[in-house]
Design a binder for this molecule. Structure first.
Ligand code: AAO
Length: 512
C-alpha cells in the first residue's frame, strides 16, 4: 500500500515535467518557421525513423502581418487571435501534421504566446494572418474577443507603460515587453480564453507547450491557466497524461526573477547552458573543456529534471534574447557540432536541437541589422517549402542542422545511452575530455591545438565499433573510423586537432 501511494505520488510529481516523448526517445527539434505540410513529411521520412522525440513548432495562432520590415520572423510573436492560421498553414494542415507526426511517434510541442497580443503600435484593420479585424489602439481583438479591460495597463506603474527595469518584478510582469499589449492574466475571463485555445490544441493531439515570455507572467497566473487544461488525447497518450510544460524564463543570474520560481508549473529553459558551453568550446575567459567534469548542477544550473536545454535558440542565434556573443550556431559549424554533441552525450537536462534557415547577415557596429529577416519566402510573403537534396541536406536556404550526420547520429546516441550514468570521465587538464554512459556509449573530444593519442577505459563490451561522427554503421560495415575495444574495456583513441570534426563517439548499436 505504501509503495503504491509512493508510486502515485511520484507519478503525479512527474506529470508536467515529463516530456511525453515516446519511450526510448530523448530529444526534440525546433523546426523554426517550418510549414505544417513540411513538418508532417519530415516526421514520416526522417524524424520518426531516426528516433527524434518531437518537434517544437512556431506559434500556430493568428498573428499580425508586419510589412515594415517585410514579414519579419518576429511577427509571429504578436497574436491577433487564437485561430489556427499562419504562414505555416491553416487549421486542416495543422491537424494533418499533428496526426501524421503522432502516428510515427513524433510529438508536437506548441510555442504558446499567451502573455500578450500585438504591439501597441500595430494599428487597426485586417492585416492579420486569418484576416481578423483588430484595433491595437483601442485594444479590440474581436476574434477572441478581448477588449481594453482585458489588458494590464492600469496595473503597470511605469510612466511609459513599458518594462524599464528588469530589477523590478512588478514592471517585468505587469508592464509591456517591447511595446506588446500585456494581457491581464489575473482575470478569469482571460485565463479561460487562453485555456480554451490550449485545450483545442490538446484535443487535436499536441503533447505540450513552450510558454513564451513566462518571465513576464506571474507564476500563479500561469498555474491558474494550467489548472484549466485537459489531459492529453488518449488516441496517442495514456489516460491521465498531463501536457508537458516548459517555460521561457531567461535567468542568467543577476535579476530578481529566477527560473526556480516557475518550477511549480513545469520545466524551465536553462539559458546558462548554451551561454556557458559556448564560452567553454570557444575557449574564452580561460575556460577549458576539462572544467566540464561537473557540468550541470555543479555549474549552478537548475536541477536536471526541471531543465530544458539547448545550445542556441531562435532568439540568441541572431542576437535577440540573452546569451551574448558566446552562443554557438550553425554559422560556426565546427564548434557548433562539438557543442551539440557534448549536450546530447551528457545526461543533464531535456534536450532541444535547433533547426534554422539561412539569412544574409549585415553587421553594423557588432549588431546584425538583418536580425529580423523571416523564413525563406516567395515575393508574396508565403513561406518556401523545405526541399530535400539528393545528399539528404535541405534546399531553399533551410539549414536543417538536425539532418547533419554528426548531430542526427548523436540524437541516436542519446537514445541508446538513455538512463545510463556518466562514467569513466577523463581529461588532460586542458581541452581533451572523454566520458562514457555506463556500458552503452563513449565519447571523446580534442579541442586542444595538438594531437590526441590516448588509451582509455570505455566501460564498453569488447569489440569493434563504428565512430558515428566520421561515419556510421551501415549494414555490417562502417563508413567512418573504427574503434577497437579490448576485453578489459580499454581502447586507443587518436584525434588530429585539425580534423574536420575533432571528436569520436561510439555506442553499442554501432558495434560491428
Ligand atoms: C518586435 C520589435 C520591437 C517592437 C515589438 C512590438 O523587434 O522593436 O517594439 O515588435 O511591435 C520577438 C522578438 C522581438 C519582437 C517580438 C514581437 O525578439 O524583437 O519585438 O518578437 O514581435 C526578453 C524576454 C523574452 C523574449 C526576449 C526576446 O524576457 O521572453 O526578450 N523572448 C521571447 C521570444 C521572442 C519574442 C518574445 C518573447 C515576445 O523567444 O522571440 O520576441 O513574444 C534581458 C532579460 C531578458 C530579456 C532580454 C532581452 O537579458 O533578462 O528577460 O528577454 O534582456 O530584452 C545579458 C543579461 C541578460 C539580458 C541580456 C540582454 O545577457 O545577462 O539577462 O543581456 O540585455
Amino acid at each position: 500500500m505504501k509503495v503504491l501511494l509512493l508510486l502515485v505520488a511520484v507519478g503525479l510529481c512527474w506529470a508536467q515535467y515529463n516530456p511525453n516523448v515516446k519511450s526510448g526517445r530523448t530529444a526534440i527539434v525546433h523546426l523554426f518557421e517550418w510549414r505544417w505540410a513540411d513538418i508532417a513529411l519530415e516526421c514520416e521520412r526522417y524524424l520518426g525513423p531516426y528516433g527524434f522525440g518531437g518537434v517544437q513548432i512556431s506559434p500556430p495562432n493568428e498573428n499580425i502581418i508586419v510589412t515594415n520590415p517585410w514579414r519579419p520572423w518576429w511577427e509571429r510573436y504578436q497574436p491577433i487571435s487564437y485561430k489556427l492560421c499562419t504562414r505555416s498553414g491553416n487549421e486542416n494542415q495543422f491537424k494533418d501534421m499533428v496526426t501524421r507526426c503522432n502516428n510515427v511517434g513524433v510529438h508536437i510541442y506548441v510555442d504558446a504566446v499567451i502573455n500578450h497580443m500585438c504591439g501597441s503600435g500595430g494599428g487597426s484593420g485586417t492585416h492579420s494572418t486569418c484576416g481578423s479585424y483588430f484595433n491595437a489602439g483601442t485594444k479590440d481583438f474581436s476574434a477572441v474577443p478581448y477588449s481594453a479591460s482585458d489588458f494590464n495597463d492600469g496595473k503597470c506603474k511605469t510612466a511609459s507603460g513599458e518594462i524599464e527595469n528588469y530589477n523590478d518584478i512588478n514592471q517585468v510582469r505587469d508592464c509591456r515587453l517591447v511595446g506588446l499589449l500585456d494581457l491581464a492574466l489575473e482575470k478569469d475571463y482571460v485565463r479561460s480564453k487562453i485555456a480554451e485555445y490550449m485545450n483545442r490544441l490538446i484535443d487535436i493531439g499536441v503533447a505540450g507547450f513552450r510558454l513564451d515570455a513566462a518571465k513576464h507572467m506571474w507564476p500563479g497566473d500561469i498555474k491558474a491557466i494550467l489548472d484549466k487544461l485537459k489531459n492529453l488525447n488518449t488516441q496517442w497518450f495514456p489516460a491521465g497524461t498531463r501536457p508537458f510544460i516548459y517555460q521561457e524564463v531567461i535567468d542568467l543570474g543577476g535579476e530578481p526573477i529566477q527560473g526556480s520560481q516557475y518550477f511549480g508549473n513545469g520545466r524551465v529553459t536553462e539559458f546558462k547552458y548554451g551561454a556557458k558551453l559556448g564560452t567553454v568550446i570557444r575557449k574564452w575567459n580561460g575556460e577549458k573543456m576539462s572544467y566540464l567534469k561537473n557540468w550541470g548542477e555543479g555549474w549552478g544550473f537548475m536541477p536536471s529534471d526541471r531543465s530544458l536545454v539547448f545550445v542556441d535558440n531562435h532568439d540568441n542565434q541572431r542576437g535577440h534574447g540573452a546569451g551574448g556573443a558566446s552562443i554557438l550556431t550553425f554559422w560556426d559549424p565546427r564548434l557548433y557540432k562539438m557543442a551539440v554533441a557534448f549536450m546530447l552525450a551528457h545526461p543533464y537536462g531535456f534536450t532541444r536541437i535547433m533547426s534554422s534557415y539561412r539569412w544574409t547577415r549585415n553587421f553594423q557596429n557588432g549588431k546584425d541589422v538583418n536580425d529580423w529577416i523571416g523564413p525563406p519566402s516567395n515575393s508574396d510573403g508565403s513561406t518556401k517549402a523545405v526541399t530535400i537534396n539528393a545528399d539528404s541536406t535541405c534546399g531553399n536556404d533551410w539549414v536543417c542542422e538536425h539532418r547533419w550526420r554528426q548531430i542526427r547520429n548523436m540524437v541516436i546516441f542519446r537514445n541508446v545511452v538513455n538512463g545510463q550514468p556518466l562514467s569513466n570521465w577523463w581529461d588532460n587538464g586542458n581541452n581533451q575530455v572523454a566520458f562514457g554512459r555506463g556500458n552503452r556509449g563513449f565519447i571523446i573530444f580534442n579541442n586542444d591545438d595538438w594531437y590526441l593519442n590516448q588509451n582509455l577505459q570505455t566501460g564498453l563490451p569488447a569489440g569493434t565499433y563504428c565512430d558515428v561522427i566520421s561515419g556510421q554503421k551501415e549494414g555490417s560495415s562502417c563508413t567512418g573510423n573504427q574503434v577497437h575495444v579490448a576485453a578489459n574495456g580499454i581502447a586507443n583513441f587518436q584525434i588530429n586537432n585539425q580534423a574536420e570534426d575533432p571528436f569520436i563517439a561510439i555506442h553499442v548499436d554501432a558495434k560491428l
